[in-house]
Design a protein around this ligand. Structure first.
Ligand code: MN
Length: 315
């Protein structure tokens, strides 16, 4: 058993590509290009992106996120839903050909992972993102929980047979922050029980599972040591992430400085027999860096990946 060390890479080379390679990361969770010239349903558009990673020494194993240009319509259930679902399904044979077997998706409509500040002071003046519900400014969008569940089931009924045919797995990321409502926008993947229901009951399939974003489940108030064994056979991908607070008010931390006992969690995954990709998530912005890409700046990754690698080696 060995968890597969990965990192998150944007589609064009930047410092994180170099850092990843220098740290010995050989597998990639990749974000597809998001410019209008890239069509995720078009094989010829994928090939140069894929090849550039391979040439760099990084093998893509997971797509994250499902391209928002398609996914947003599907989650909202708007007039472009069916055409978007059709295009998602056209990604599967391409992924099969390239042996990229997993796609990380979420069911947050209109508002994705969100924070109310990106300069919360962490250890030694490092800056992290934070969320405080009282500072949250709602959008003018609205959707009910019932509509979200309907849209979710509609999507799964459409895509899972096709995913099964091509050996592609869908890994559901929980809602972050895991609150039932942000303004009038409902959120549904906000508890262990909801996520369990979503991946076990809605449309049973071996090709449907969970992206276990540790800190999101912790901010839900769940006992990770209780739910990981129960969810183990559905965990397809791990977000190695720490945080402090609760779902209404929390902040990210250095990976060794939050409320979660990271070595204990990794031992638990091992003891549950998990053999899945893992990547660090939401790192601090450190000395000399400006917050360019909050949670995804370079130096914090260096520490987080080293820490993760050390724990993995100690297993
Ligand atoms: Mn995550």
């Amino acid at each position: 058993m060995t968890m597969l060390l990965t990192d998150y890479f944007r589609s064009a080379p930047d410092a994180t590509w170099e850092i990843g390679r220098q740290l010995g990361v050989r597998y990639g969770v990749i974000r597809l290009p998001e410019d209008s010239g890239f069509d995720p349903a078009e094989r010829s558009h994928w090939l140069p992106v894929y090849q550039r990673f391979i040439d760099y020494g990084i093998t893509p194993v997971i797509i994250e996120p499902m391209p928002n240009c398609l996914h947003d319509h599907i989650k909202a259930g708007d007039e472009k839903r069916d055409e978007s679902i059709e295009r998602v399904m056209r990604m599967f044979p391409i992924m099969e050909e390239l042996n990229i077997r997993t796609i990380c998706f979420n069911w947050m409509a209109y508002v994705g992972w969100t924070r109310t500040r990106s300069d919360y002071p962490e250890r030694g003046g490092a800056r992290v993102t934070a969320f405080d519900l009282k500072d949250y400014k709602p959008s003018d969008k609205a959707i009910s929980a019932e509509q979200l569940w309907d849209n979710y089931a509609y999507f799964l009924h459409a895509v899972l047979p096709e995913a099964e045919k091509h050996g592609i797995r869908l890994a559901l990321h929980p809602d972050d922050p895991p609150l039932p409502k942000l303004g009038e926008v409902s959120r549904i993947m906000i508890s262990y029980e909801a996520v369990r229901h979503a991946v076990q009951d809605t449309v049973p399939s071996e090709n449907l599972g969970v992206t276990f974003c540790q800190a999101t489940f912790a901010m839900m108030g769940e006992d990770l040591y209780d739910i990981i064994p129960k969810l183990a056979d559905k965990i397809l991908f791990i977000h190695f992430r720490n945080a402090a607070g609760d779902k209404r008010c929390f902040h990210e931390t250095f990976h060794d400085n939050g409320s979660l006992d990271m070595p204990r969690l990794m031992r638990l995954y091992r003891d549950c027999g998990l053999d899945v990709p893992v990547r660090v998530d939401h790192v601090p912005t450190m000395a000399g860096e400006s917050v360019r890409n909050a949670g995804y700046d370079a130096l914090g990754r260096l520490f987080a990946i080293g820490y993760l690698k050390g724990i993995l080696d100690s297993l």
